[in-house]
Design a protein around this ligand. Structure first.
Ligand code: PMP
Length: 366
């Protein structure tokens, strides 16, 4: 079978060039006679992989020198826990905007260690928009946002002004899709399996001044201490070596593509094409507030009113799309409908093929 266009929200498509390079290097990485998978994480070859991964992501994301870059495990989900564990340490209050299912999880974990104060929620309309913030708790330890809501398809296009309260963001599904001014944040984190590589590694970028506020390493379980992980340059234990290696290849690919600015233009073109089509379709539509639309995750539903009939048509759509090599178009199980995730590795041709398919599909129903 030829390669398909994979619209999954994650793990998602990786650039073919990266996969080819990895396959060429599979049996013998840099004349070591070994695969990266077999290599000691203390070897000089792996040391240079992880150093390059950091150097290149610093270049691609324009990460300031006063920020630490960490490669952790446990996915973005562990960050929901680890961040309150480390940073709810003064007032034990954190502000949060409730903008989707992942924000909800972050909210629950804050409440495990302290108090989450909801400063805006869009739960009333199925998280289909981004709420303005009600305010900022002056003594909050931090303010958490979900930058891009993968399931619901919304994204912050301007950041809430949190004044002196440190801004913390889950950027899992937005990372490297567009330029991001990191100086606005004290901490950002992202699971890798969207724009960064295979699952297994989690990128965390922390302002050093903020990191200072975390408890000393001895006061937390080692794997849950940001300070310990930073002291050990993410090599306290065996890191997810192969994921970090692919992460490095992705960073090289981004540079070859012309950098994040170029990817951003391509992403805008892809998203625009899809949203324009949805806005003009008599059959499908995007249920999200226009100003808050995500660049990476585009949910869509049909105008069929009967829920049973709609569900049946959704299933048919997903199945028929799959048959022509457009895979993973089902919406998240919690919201239903369809969703096209169009991360960096999705070519324009994939989006064009999807639109052609949708065009043909709708004809049968209108
Ligand atoms: N946050 C967001 C915005 C996500 O999209 C996801 C996963 N899709 C998660 C958190 C959870 O990530 P993980 O599976 O890496 O724990």
């Amino acid at each position: 079978m030829g390669r398909v266009y994979n619209f999954s929200a994650g793990p998602s498509m990786l650039p073919e060039e990266v996969l080819k390079r990895a396959s060429e290097e599979m049996l013998d990485y840099a004349q070591s006679g070994q695969s990266v998978m077999e290599m000691s994480h203390r070897s000089k070859q792996f040391a240079s992989i992880i150093e390059d991964a950091e150097r290149l992501v610093r270049q691609n994301m324009n990460i300031p020198n006063d920020y630490e870059v960490l490669f952790l495990q446990g996915g973005a989900s562990l960050q929901f826990t680890m961040i309150p564990m480390n940073f709810l340490n003064k007032s034990k209050k954190a502000d949060i905007t409730l903008t989707g299912a992942w924000a909800q999880k972050a909210f629950e974990e804050i409440n495990r260690f302290g108090t989450a104060i909801v400063q805006g929620s869009s739960k009333d309309k199925k998280f289909s928009y981004l709420p303005p913030i009600n305010g900022v708790t002056p003594d909050a330890d931090y303010f958490h946002i979900t930058y891009n809501n993968t399931i619901e398809g919304t994204q912050y296009h301007s950041l809430p002004d949190t004044g002196k309260v440190p801004l913390v963001a889950d950027i899992s599904s937005g990372v490297l899709s567009e330029p991001l001014d990191l100086t606005k944040f004290d901490l950002v984190y992202a699971g890798a399996q969207k724009n960064l590589g295979p699952a297994g590694v989690t990128l965390v970028i922390i302002k050093k001044e903020f990191l200072e506020k975390a408890p000393d390493a001895k006061d937390l379980p080692p794997m849950l201490s940001f300070k310990l992980m930073a002291e050990h340059k993410s090599l306290y234990n065996t890191p997810p070596c192969y994921s970090i290696y692919i992460f490095k290849l992705i960073q090289e690919w981004i540079i070859e593509m012309g950098g994040v600015d170029v990817l951003y233009q391509k992403n805008q073109k892809k998203a625009q094409l899809l949203y324009d089509y949805l806005d003009s379709s008599p059959f499908f539509y995007n249920p999200v507030n226009k100003e808050d639309r995500s660049l990476m995750n585009v949910p869509f539903i049909t105008r069929i009113e009967d829920p049973e009939k709609a569900e049946e048509v959704n299933k048919t759509f997903v199945k028929q799309a799959e048959a022509v090599g457009l895979v993973n178009l089902a919406g998240h199980r919690s919201v239903g409908g369809m969703r096209a995730s169009i991360y960096n590795a999705m070519p324009l041709a994939g989006v064009e093929k999807l639109i052609d398919f949708m065009h043909d599909f709708e004809k049968k129903y209108i």
